[in-house]
Design a binder for this molecule. Structure first.
Ligand code: ADP
Length: 403
């Protein structure tokens, strides 16, 4: 007799990549993790680590034409370790879907109507939603009988009040084109704000947290009692903080100026702001490790890029402090937030009047566990809380299908 299936495959389908993890929700164990990159290019790369068997990472380079071929290759890798998609132990597939608009406020079992709605949102998420749909369709083809769940990056932010979500532009125009602030990285902000409450020994409903998700993409959110009340990304992930390759906030007239006076096309401006701005635009590097190395070697451009990055971060901390009124904790997460002690130190430097401080020794400690880096006497806790979007997607998916 087979017990109820407890495994969940999490798929994160990007425009040219698929990241995946197979988890067993009986104990949260990761059975396999992997990544297919450069889909559709001359040489694609698949890296697969079968954690369940303790086997070594397997890497293969071969052309993989599209997402369907990518997912079939993933299925073959999983089958090699006895973890194939045909396994009766597989309970569901959970998909990260970037844009869920206003309709999807919760993880949702995927039906034809759900796919149609994700399709309707393509104009506001042209890079992401088409790849997510392809991932869903391919997975449906491989296991038509299995429940598939969409977990939306925007869902956590749907609790934002209109005062935070609306841009101050003509209401009819905004509504006709669904222009408003949606926010992204919601799965991470939800997970990290909950884990921060746990670290403080409190229920999420009792604490106000500013979450700083600083990866290659970066966003901040203000979370009051477990509900998001403001976030820095907007209609698209371009708004807000300085990121690896995105500008974050700029005067919208910069776009008009480039269009009128620099003869740049819409696509060129899009590429400038999304791919050639932020840290890479400022100093030629988007990896904070490399930027710190250059600063240590006396590089002034890298130092200025770092200062601009931190200045923006500090502005958002101040803004969200004011939005929340009372702050219990600030949580740093994702690649930069979890690893770059100098960013954390600089972001709260000089904010002692707001009850914010970082203990240098605690800040220097490295680790995978949530931890406090503020002095014991600090009024506001400053924490490093590693994010785990795959675990969050798997948890939400499993909760839905096992209910
Ligand atoms: P994403 O998921 O947005 O691609 P991640 O959350 O994995 O990004 O973050 C990637 C970024 O984290 C890298 O570009 C780099 O700037 C930063 N990073 C990773 N490790 C370190 C480290 N040890 N020190 C400083 N920065 C780091």
């Amino acid at each position: 007799m087979t017990a109820n299936p407890t495994r969940v495959l999490v798929l994160n389908s990007g425009s040219s990549s698929v990241k995946y993890q197979l988890l067993d929700m009986a104990d949260g164990a990761r059975l396999a993790v992997g990544l297919v990159e450069r889909i559709g290019e001359e040489t694609s790369r698949l890296a697969h680590t079968p954690l369940a068997t303790g086997g070594a990472k397997r890497e293969t380079e071969a052309p993989i034409a599209d997402h369907e071929a990518a997912l079939r290759a993933v299925a073959r890798e999983l089958a090699e370790d006895g973890l194939g998609l045909d396994s009766p132990e597989l309970a569901a597939i959970g998909h990260r879907v970037v844009h869920g608009g206003l309709k999807f406020t919760e993880p949702t079992v995927i039906t034809e109507e759900v796919v149609a709605e994700i399709e309707r949102l393509v104009p506001v998420a042209p890079l992401h939603n088409p790849a997510n749909i392809t991932g869903i369709r391919t997975a449906q083809g491989l296991r038509p009988d299995l429940p598939q769940v969409a977990v939306f990056d925007t869902a956590f932010h749907t609790t934002m009040p209109e005062s935070a979500a609306r841009y101050a532009i003509d209401v009819e125009t905004a509504d006709a084109h669904r222009i408003r602030r949606y926010g992204f990285h919601g799965t991470s902000h939800a997970y990290v704000s909950r884990e921060t409450a746990k670290l403080l020994g409190k229920d999420p409903s009792e604490v106000n947290v500013i979450v700083l998700h600083l990866g290659n993409g970066a966003s901040a959110s203000a979370v009051r009692g477990g509900r998001c009340v403001d976030t820095s990304m907007g209609l698209t992930p371009l708004e807000g903080l300085v990121m690896g390759t995105r500008s974050g906030d700029i005067d919208p007239a910069v776009i008009l100026h480039l269009s009128r006076n620099a003869g740049m096309s819409t696509d060129e401006i899009d590429s400038l702001l999304n791919k050639k701005s932020g840290l890479i635009g400022l100093c030629g590097d988007n990896d904070m490790r490399e930027i710190r190395r250059r600063i240590d070697a006396g590089d002034e451009r890298a130092a200025l890029a770092f200062d601009i990055y931190v200045h923006r971060l500090k502005k958002y901390i101040g803004a969200y402090y004011a939005v929340l009124g009372k702050v219990d904790a600030i949580a740093f997460t994702a690649g930069v937030g979890e690893n770059a002690a100098p960013v954390r130190e600089a972001a709260v430097a000089g904010l002692a009047e707001l009850g914010l401080a970082v203990d240098a020794d605690l800040n220097a400690v490295r680790g995978d566990e949530p931890r406090l880096i503020s002095p014991a006497s600090a009024r506001v806790a400053v924490a490093v809380v590693p994010t785990d979007e795959e675990l969050e997607i798997a948890t939400q998916t499993y909760a839905l299908v096992s209910a």
